[in-house]
Ligand binder design. Structure first.
Ligand code: TYD
Ligand code: MG
Length: 460
C-alpha cells in the first residue's frame, strides 16, 4: 500500500485531503500542515453489513449490561497536598485518569507537576517522571529549588514511547508524568515528533497504558501560538481532564483552570504564585488581587466574579477621556472587548452619557482574565465614575448582569459573593433587586438592590 499524505490543522487537529488557508473547523488561518500517514489495514467488519461477516457468532460471550448490574466503586483519589490543584482536579487525583496540563512554555507546568509528584511520593505513592525536554541534571537543579525528595519518585529521560511502555510495565508506578507530549514519538508513525499524527498516536498509547494498568497519568502539552508543534487542543477529547495553566509572564501569579473534567466541575480555578522556591498556593485570591488599590480615585470599583465554586473579588478600572484623534479608541484588558463596547453603547443610549468623542480603557487590575456577565454592573459604574470624574467610596462592591435596555439582571451564587465581600471588609453591596430582600438582614452590610444602571447611579 502506498503512503498517503493528509493535511492536519495544528490548532484543532482537523483532517483534510487538500490544503486550505483557513481551517473550516476552528477558523484559524495558516494552521494546516502536510503529514505522511501510513495506511492501516482497514477493519471491514464495521458498518451495517458486519453481521454477515464470515466470523459471525464469534463474540457471543459479550453481553450488554443494564444499569443495575453495574457495580460502583468509590473513586480512589490521591492527595497531591496542593490544595489549589486538588480543587481543580475535583478533590484529588483519580486513579487511572489521564490529565492534560496545557499552557505556554515557561509558565510553570513542569514545576507544578514536580511539586505534586514530590508530595504524593511522600505519601508512599510510586511515581515515574518522564522528561523529553530536560536532562536528569537539569531536573535535579529544579528539584533542588523545590525541596527534599524521597526515593519513591523516579526520573527518566526518554522520548521513545516503545521504550517508555516497556519501562512503565517493568516499574509499574502508580503515577506517570509525561513532560511533554510534543517531544514523544512512536516508531509506528513516520511523522516528526510534535506533529498532529504523532501527538495523537502518543496520547493513544498513553491512554491505553493508563487504562489497562490503572496508572494516573499527567501529560504536559505546550500551547503554541504558531509554528510546527501541535497544540493540546488536538488531544483534549482523548483525555479525562484538561487543565490550563495561564498567566502573565510579567505577573508572578498563575491561574490553573479546568476546562474539562470527567471527575469534577469545570471552570474551577486554582491560583498560584511563582516564587524563588517553586509555586506557592494563593489561598485567598481576593486579598491578593485587591492589594495596592488606589484610594479615592475615580473610575475604580470592586466587583465579584465566581470562578467554578469560588467567588473572587477584583478591582475594575476605567479611564474615559476626550480623544485626540477623530476616531475614539477603546481598549479592554482582562475582559471581553466586545462586551465593553456593548456596555458603553447601553450607557450612551439608556443613561445618556455622551462618550462618542471619548477614548475608553477598561482594565481588570492584577492582570487576571475574567469573562463573567456579573462583571457588567461593575464595568458600567467604573466607566460612569471616570466619565463624571466622581470617585466611588472604596468600601462599595457591585455586581450584576446588564441587559441591552440597561436593566440589571440576577446572577448565580449571590450569597457567596456577598459573604466574600463581607469577609474582606466591604460595607455596601450593590446587587440585582431580586436579592435585596433575601440578604437585607446581614449584619454590618448595606445592601442596595437595583433594577437598572440608572438606579445604581444613586451611589454617586
Ligand atoms: P517551568 O515549570 O519550567 O515551565 P514549563 O514547564 O511550563 O515550561 O517554569 C519555568 C519558569 O519558572 C522559569 O522561567 C523559571 C521559573 N521558576 C521560578 O521562578 N522559581 C522556581 O522555583 C522554579 C523551579 C522555576
Ligand atoms: Mg517544562
Amino acid at each position: 500500500m502506498k503512503n498517503k499524505t493528509v493535511f492536519f490543522c495544528q490548532n484543532c487537529g482537523y483532517e483534510s485531503s487538500k490544503w486550505m488557508g483557513q481551517c473550516p473547523s476552528c477558523k484559524e488561518w495558516n494552521t494546516m500542515v502536510e503529514e505522511v500517514v501510513k495506511p492501516q489495514a482497514r477493519n471491514t467488519r464495521t458498518g451495517l453489513g458486519a453481521a454477515t461477516a464470515p466470523d459471525k457468532g464469534r463474540h457471543t460471550q459479550i453481553v450488554p449490561k443494564s444499569l443495575k448490574d453495574i457495580e460502583l466503586t468509590k473513586e480512589d483519589r490521591a492527595d497531591t497536598h496542593i490544595g489549589e490543584l486538588n480543587r481543580v482536579l475535583g478533590g484529588g487525583l483519580v486513579k487511572g485518569s489521564l490529565t492534560l496540563v496545557g499552557g505556554d512554555p515557561g509558565i510553570g507546568k513542569s514545576t507544578l507537576l514536580l511539586q505534586a509528584a514530590r508530595n504524593m511520593s511522600e505519601d508512599g505513592h510510586s511515581i515515574l517522571y518522564i522528561s523529553g525536554e530536560e536532562s536528569l541534571q537539569q531536573i535535579k537543579i529544579r528539584a533542588n529549588r523545590v525541596g527534599e525528595f524521597t526515593d519513591d519518585l523516579k526520573f527518566l529521560c526518554e522520548t521513545n514511547l516503545d521504550i517508555i511502555e516497556e519501562v512503565i510495565t517493568r516499574v509499574n508506578p502508580e503515577v506517570v508524568i509525561i513532560d511533554s507530549i510534543q517531544t514523544m514519538f512512536s516508531e509506528n508513525v513516520s511523522a516528526a515528533p510534535g506533529s498532529v499524527s504523532q501527538v495523537r498516536e502518543a496520547t493513544a498509547i498513553l491512554l491505553r497504558i493508563a487504562k489497562s494498568m490503572n496508572i494516573s497519568t499527567f501529560i504536559v502539552g505546550h500551547v503554541t501560538k504558531e509554528g510546527t508543534v501541535a497544540g493540546p487542543r488536538v488531544l483534549e477529547h482523548m483525555v479525562d481532564t484538561v487543565l490550563y495553566f495561564e498567566g502573565d509572564r510579567q505577573a508572578s501569579y498563575r491561574v490553573l483552570r479546568a476546562v474539562k473534567n470527567r471527575f469534577g466541575s469545570t471552570n474551577e480555578i486554582g491560583v498560584f504564585e511563582m516564587r524563588e522556591s517553586g509555586l506557592a498556593e494563593v489561598k485567598n485570591p481576593s486579598e491578593f488581587m485587591l492589594d495596592g488599590r488606589p484610594e479615592d480615585a475615580s473610575g475604580s470599583i470592586v466587583t465579584c466574579s465566581v470562578e467554578g465554586t469560588r467567588p473572587i473579588l477584583i478591582e475594575i478600572q476605567a479611564l474615559v477621556c476626550r480623544t485626540n484623534f477623530g476616531f475614539p479608541k477603546r481598549q479592554a484588558n482582562g475582559t471581553d472587548y466586545n462586551r465593553v463596547n456593548l456596555l458603553m453603547a447601553v450607557l450612551e443610549k439608556r443613561v445618556g452619557l455622551q462618550m462618542s468623542d471619548c477614548d475608553a480603557y477598561v482594565n481588570l487590575a492584577g492582570g487576571m482574565k475574567l469573562q463573567e456577565p456579573a462583571l457588567d454592573l461593575g464595568i458600567c459604574l467604573a466607566i460612569i465614575s471616570s466619565f463624571r470624574n466622581r470617585p466611588i467610596s472604596p468600601d462599595v462592591i457591585a455586581f450584576g448582569e446588564v441587559g441591552l435596555s440597561g436593566e440589571v439582571r440576577s446572577v448565580s451564587m449571590t450569597q457567596q459573593r456577598v459573604m466574600e465581600a463581607k469577609k474582606l471588609g466591604f460595607k455596601t453591596i450593590i446587587l440585582p433587586k431580586a436579592f435585596e430582600s433575601k440578604l437585607k438582614d446581614i449584619e454590618g452590610l448595606t445592601i442596595i438592590g437595583v433594577k437598572s444602571v440608572q438606579d445604581a447611579m444613586r451611589i454617586f
